[in-house]
Each structure stands twice: as C-alpha cells, then as structure tokens.
Design a protein around this ligand. Sequence first.
Ligand SMILES: Nc1ncnc2c1ncn2[C@@H]1O[C@H](COP(=O)(O)OP(=O)(O)OP(=O)(O)O)[C@@H](O)[C@H]1O
Ligand SMILES: [Mg+2]
Length: 374
Amino acid sequence: MAKNNPFSPTFGTSPPALAGRDAILEDLDEAFETGPSHPDYTVLFIGIRGTGKTVMLNAAEDMVRKRGWLVVAEQGNPSGLIERLRDGAARLLAEFDSEPSRRVSGLQADGVGIAFEHRSSSQGPQDLRSILGSLGDRLAQTGSGLLITVDELHAADVGEVRELGGILQHVTRREGRPIAFAGAALPYIEDELLQGQLATFLQRCSRYDIGPLDAAATRNALEIPMSRSAATIEDHALGRAVEAANGYPFMVQLIGFYTWKAVHDPAAGINDADFTVGINRAESRIGRLVIAPTWNELSNTDRRFLAAMTEDTGDSTLDAIAQRMGVSTNYAHVYRRRLERAGMIVTTARNTVAFGYPTARAWVSQRTVQVPPQ
Ligand SMILES: Nc1ncnc2c1ncn2[C@@H]1O[C@H](COP(=O)(O)OP(=O)(O)OP(=O)(O)O)[C@@H](O)[C@H]1O
Ligand SMILES: [Mg+2]
C-alpha cells in the first residue's frame, strides 16, 4: 500500500486539487480587490451535499487572509447565529484595539490610523450591527476588510438569516464598509428564504451553483494529486474513474483515496487493477455514506418516486414518473420538491429530473419498491 494518501474523502476538508472552480475564485478575488460595490462581494454557494460548498468557503477565507483581512466563520445552526457572529466580531474588534502591532501595521501615511488610539471597544457598542460598523470603519482605514462566512445557511433560523441580511444590507451595501459575505446552502434554501419579501439582501447576493465538475476538471482532480508521486498513470483506467465519478466531487475523493490505497508502489505507476479496486470501493462507500442515510429518512412515496425514475436510463420527466406511480403530475411535483430538498434528485430542465448522486440509480434499482402501490 502506498503511503501518504493525498486524497481527502471527508466533508469540509479541502481537496488536494480544487478543480473546476477557477472562474468562481477569480470573480471572488476581483470582488475582494474592488470592494463593496462589486456584485460578488456578497455571495451564496448553492449545491447538493458533497459538491464542495464548504471547500469554497474555506477557499474564500484563505484568499482574504492572504490579503491580511479578518474572518468570522460560522455555521447556520438552528439558533444563536446572530449572537455567535456578534461574539466573533466583538472579539476581533477588541483584539484590533488592543494589539499595537495591528494598529501600527494599519497606520497609513497620513496618520488616519492614530485615531484608533483613543477608541476602546470595552465601552463600545454591543449589537452586531454597531460592532460591524466600528470594526468596518477601523478596517477601512487600514485598507483591509472582514469576511463573514456562514456554512449550512439553510439550517439557520429564518428570522436570524433575515436579520443578518438586514444588517449587511446596511453596513456593507448602504454604508460601503469592507465587510464581505459568503454563505453556503442546500438548494432548498431558495424556496424557504429567497422568495420572502424580507430576504432582499440574500436575493441580491451573487449566486454560484456549486454543481458537478466537468470531465476535464474531474480528470485534473484525480490526476494532479496522483502525478505528484506516481511515475505513470494508466490513461484508459483514469478515464474510467472520471466516468464513475460523474463529476461529483465527494466521489472524486473517494475514488482517488481507494485507488491510491490499492497502489503498492507509486514509483511503479498506477494501473488498471488499482483503479478497479478504487472505483468499486468508492461505489460501495458512497452508497453507505451518502445515499443510504438519505434513503432511510424518505417516506414510502418518496421511494416509489425514485424507483419510478430507475426505469429511465437518463433524465426522467415528471409526467412519466406520475404515470408510472399512478398519480397526477401535480402530486409528483410535491414529491419532486421533497426529494430535491433531500438532495436525492436535481431538476435538469422544466419538469425533468435526474438523480443527484452518482450510482444512485443502480443503488435504488437494487431495492425492492412497488412503484404503483399494491
Ligand atoms: N472542486 C473540487 N475538486 C475536487 N474535490 C472537491 C472539490 N470540491 C470539493 N471536493 C471534495 O468533495 C468533498 C465534499 O466537499 P464539501 O465538504 O465542501 O461539500 P459540501 O458541499 O459542503 O457538502 P455538505 O452539503 O454535505 O456540507 C470533500 O472531500 C472535498 O475535498
Ligand atoms: Mg459543507
């Protein structure tokens, strides 16, 4: 077994090669360079489980840290988001005011930064909006900024997300402070949040669909980390791995990880047999890690919907699914939304859906489900 496996089939862990997201990263870099007037200064990353949303938040955080910015990173747990953001921002404000080096390094030639000397955060404002206002002012004077990231935004309390939106609308958009925002969420957030009148801020965030990788990016994601230590990589087998991953980033990492594990000596190269082991193990792992837990939460009707999809070889139309299930298309729409929310399916065109995860069709086909109820 080869040592030092470069792949990372773990949620939230940045991959050895972040493939296929260059255009998004370039937009973000340009936005951070330009400032609050740039449309991508506040962004949402949207995608099903395992497509790389958290990894994109990590990348955005790394990007701003390199610019000397500060970061507040939070998770959208069901409650306490605003409070945790306030605590995080307050800590940074206090550090900013107490750390001479930061003040000194922030001093500008015209001496504007000296104004920090007689500001004390201990007497300062307490609510998130005021804290961000004060922090934003200090950072603006040093030519730096703050990035707020919120992962799993869909899990946060809707009222709190709206409150955060209102605050950022004010401090960033209206008052132009250097406080950028990046959120990550599952696609169903659009139903719940973006349609609400109060969520104007989120509606105006730039939206990036963190979707499947194309074949070239998938190949890079596998090949680049392997080629750092392997002498040769069997090209046809690599092509099979690219096909099996079907553009799904988590699957890319699983295949890479188990293929690498099967390699005895990287100096002798990675061959067809190694990839076969890797693909097989990855396929069984994705079933257990991603598909089975979701399946277990589904109702019998949800499962019948998915079983009806297995009759197609490609995408399925809602009309065909409804017909197979013996229900109306409107009824099928309700279940489409539920399954989309669970990440099991994605809408590919109007009234057309596909499985969200690779191997899901084969996995569901192996389950016994009566499509029309008995
Ligand atoms: N662009 C990419 N290229 C290669 N691998 C990637 C890429 N993006 C993500 N990955 C890998 O995919 C896996 C899932 O990434 P991540 O945890 O960011 O997904 P996620 O969308 O946040 O999932 P969830 O919704 O479950 O939190 C990780 O193993 C990560 O290393
Ligand atoms: Mg995540």
